[in-house]
Ligand binder design. Sequence first.
Ligand SMILES: *[C@@H]1O[C@H](CO)[C@@H](O)[C@H](O)[C@H]1NC(C)=O
Ligand SMILES: *[C@@H]1O[C@H](CO)[C@@H](O)[C@H](O)[C@H]1NC(C)=O
Ligand SMILES: *[C@@H]1O[C@H](CO)[C@@H](O)[C@H](O)[C@H]1NC(C)=O
Ligand SMILES: *[C@@H]1O[C@H](CO)[C@@H](O)[C@H](O)[C@H]1NC(C)=O
Ligand SMILES: *[C@@H]1O[C@H](CO)[C@@H](O)[C@H](O)[C@H]1NC(C)=O
Ligand SMILES: *[C@@H]1O[C@H](CO)[C@@H](O)[C@H](O)[C@H]1NC(C)=O
Ligand SMILES: *[C@@H]1O[C@H](CO)[C@@H](O)[C@H](O)[C@H]1NC(C)=O
Ligand SMILES: *[C@@H]1O[C@H](CO)[C@@H](O)[C@H](O)[C@H]1NC(C)=O
Ligand SMILES: *[C@@H]1O[C@H](CO)[C@@H](O)[C@H](O)[C@H]1NC(C)=O
Ligand SMILES: *[C@@H]1O[C@H](CO)[C@@H](O)[C@H](O)[C@H]1NC(C)=O
Ligand SMILES: *[C@@H]1O[C@H](CO)[C@@H](O)[C@H](O)[C@H]1NC(C)=O
Ligand SMILES: *[C@@H]1O[C@H](CO)[C@@H](O)[C@H](O)[C@H]1NC(C)=O
Length: 479
Amino acid sequence: MRPPLPLLLLAAVLLPLAAAQGFRGFSYLLDCGASARTTDSRGLRWDPDAPYVSAGTSRVLDLPLPGLLDPTLATLRSFPHRPGAKFCYTLSVDPNRRYLVRPTFFYGAPSPPPPVFDLLVDGTFWTAVNTTDDALAGAASSYEGVFPARGRNMSFCLGVNKEYTDTGPFISALQVIQLDDPVYNATDFRTSAMGLIARTKFGSTGSVERYPDDSFDRYWEPLPDSKHSVSSTHNVTSADFWNLPPPDVFNTAFVAEQDAPLVLQWPPMPLRNDSYYVALYFADTLPENSRTFDVYINDYLFHKGLNVTSSGLSVFATQWILSGLTSVILTPASPSVLPPLINAGEVFGLFPLGRLTHTRDALALESIKKNLTNVPEDWNGDPCMPSGYSWTGVTCDEKGPKIRVLSLNFSSMGLSGSLSPDIAKMTALTNISFANNNISGPIPNLSNLSKLQQLHLQDNKLFGSVPQSLGTIKTLREL
Ligand SMILES: *[C@@H]1O[C@H](CO)[C@@H](O)[C@H](O)[C@H]1NC(C)=O
Ligand SMILES: *[C@@H]1O[C@H](CO)[C@@H](O)[C@H](O)[C@H]1NC(C)=O
Ligand SMILES: *[C@@H]1O[C@H](CO)[C@@H](O)[C@H](O)[C@H]1NC(C)=O
Ligand SMILES: *[C@@H]1O[C@H](CO)[C@@H](O)[C@H](O)[C@H]1NC(C)=O
Ligand SMILES: *[C@@H]1O[C@H](CO)[C@@H](O)[C@H](O)[C@H]1NC(C)=O
Ligand SMILES: *[C@@H]1O[C@H](CO)[C@@H](O)[C@H](O)[C@H]1NC(C)=O
Ligand SMILES: *[C@@H]1O[C@H](CO)[C@@H](O)[C@H](O)[C@H]1NC(C)=O
Ligand SMILES: *[C@@H]1O[C@H](CO)[C@@H](O)[C@H](O)[C@H]1NC(C)=O
Ligand SMILES: *[C@@H]1O[C@H](CO)[C@@H](O)[C@H](O)[C@H]1NC(C)=O
Ligand SMILES: *[C@@H]1O[C@H](CO)[C@@H](O)[C@H](O)[C@H]1NC(C)=O
Ligand SMILES: *[C@@H]1O[C@H](CO)[C@@H](O)[C@H](O)[C@H]1NC(C)=O
Ligand SMILES: *[C@@H]1O[C@H](CO)[C@@H](O)[C@H](O)[C@H]1NC(C)=O
């Protein structure tokens, strides 16, 4: 087995607690398919999703007792089943920040079986969504990821994968919440994104801890255990942590029995052999106290001689290899007389950020799109990426150092409007077809497209002569 990668120790830093009044920066709470704003039991306001998405139709679930349901789950947006198409929400974001992204899916009925589809964020493949088991249990399914902004827009997309099912994707709610700079900042978000596996509040018998206790509406799931649970007799108030866990997670803990290690099978599900981000949170439940112990994950020493005080600390590893079932083991270490304890933990899977289309090509395509009407529903998000999810009619070269657009086949799409001169900026183009549409206006100067081989503009309402400059393109073979 590979040895675990570097481990960082992070002691609590004293900082004044900022008053949490709503979310800071760009944050979106979208109630998909809804026609009006709703407010949930936590006082959070959810907006209709229509301004952020151009495809799909809304559906109101036919439920016997809609009053019992989270109001955001009563409607959904569903998209057509068109293999290879992606349907995207476009959200403006701060390019220097990272975001918690949490879509929720509730199909309403277990039969017919719910569709299975892909989640994509910008050029990155995130995961496949399979809500079958949750639908059988009558429950909603949530996925949570942390992604960096890749520009001024973030695209969150549902991708139709023909390998899965033959019904189109759907979504009930979408949260995109800006995180403060220190949160999860040990991860290198230039190359990776994270998908949540578990976020647990040990020893709690209460409900899921969320907003407003957690400033970013992260969900801390309670994990009760009558044998090991204790509650705190003091508040962890003056401490602050990079990941900003809510102070209440320190009110409960699992404590080992005297002179015995605490063995915790956590997270509860087997994991794929891969690299994970692990954060563990500790605070002595007795006031002005401290205790020392060693932390192991499976057979590896995670931290030796951890001195946990009443003001708390967290330890984390940014790339820890896990496989199958995981055991977290806390063993007493001298000089401690008190047994080890643990309050909370988070585990994320790490996955690589996808590449993006060369900016110049992507901007030129946006400009072409702006000057046309009746464009395909999937012309949103990155034009080429992720692989297999390029815009309808767009073919790309992903092999080079830059991802370039090679051909545009927009024939017979029922397009109207004009041809943006920015098409001449897509200098890697070899083939262009706008044949058999309803496009009017002049033909732009294409002489910069030095690799052009094939140009089809017939059966439109274009006027003016074919620019003579086309004669200078040596590769052009078909006009
Ligand atoms: C996990 O994968 C690595 C290679 O990536 C391999 O060396 C190791 O043996 C695997 N571990 C298990 C438990 O399968
Ligand atoms: C961002 O999205 C808006 C709305 O869809 C669009 O008008 C704009 O061109 C996009 N900006 C970039 C840089 O892609
Ligand atoms: C979705 O999950 C169900 C139940 O776990 C499984 O039977 C089915 O094969 C899965 N579908 C796909 C496409 O993975
Ligand atoms: C994370 O944020 C904390 C608090 O702002 C800062 O002290 C620390 O240096 C940051 N760590 C990294 C790796 O950027
Ligand atoms: C902890 O904080 C809560 C709420 O802020 C307060 O009601 C409680 O009295 C505090 N407990 C102690 C021991 O200070
Ligand atoms: C643990 O930290 C506390 C507070 O900083 C200190 O008083 C105590 O001596 C430390 N214990 C050990 C074993 O280092
Ligand atoms: C593109 O569309 C804009 C707005 O409709 C228009 O002002 C502009 O003239 C169009 N450009 C071309 C080349 O047709
Ligand atoms: C362009 O698309 C049309 C319709 O999808 C197809 O019939 C045609 O073969 C395509 N042309 C090229 C050169 O790929
Ligand atoms: C572009 O056109 C050329 C010549 O007509 C053809 O051989 C080639 O396959 C086309 N390439 C693409 C990507 O459609
Ligand atoms: C074609 O475009 C013209 C305007 O340029 C418009 O009047 C006409 O309705 C369009 N036809 C179709 C079939 O879209
Ligand atoms: C087309 O663009 C090229 C390169 O910018 C330029 O040299 C040429 O004069 C232009 N032709 C016309 C007809 O404007
Ligand atoms: C062609 O490219 C040159 C150099 O990048 C640029 O200056 C010129 O404006 C472009 N011409 C057209 C018609 O796009």
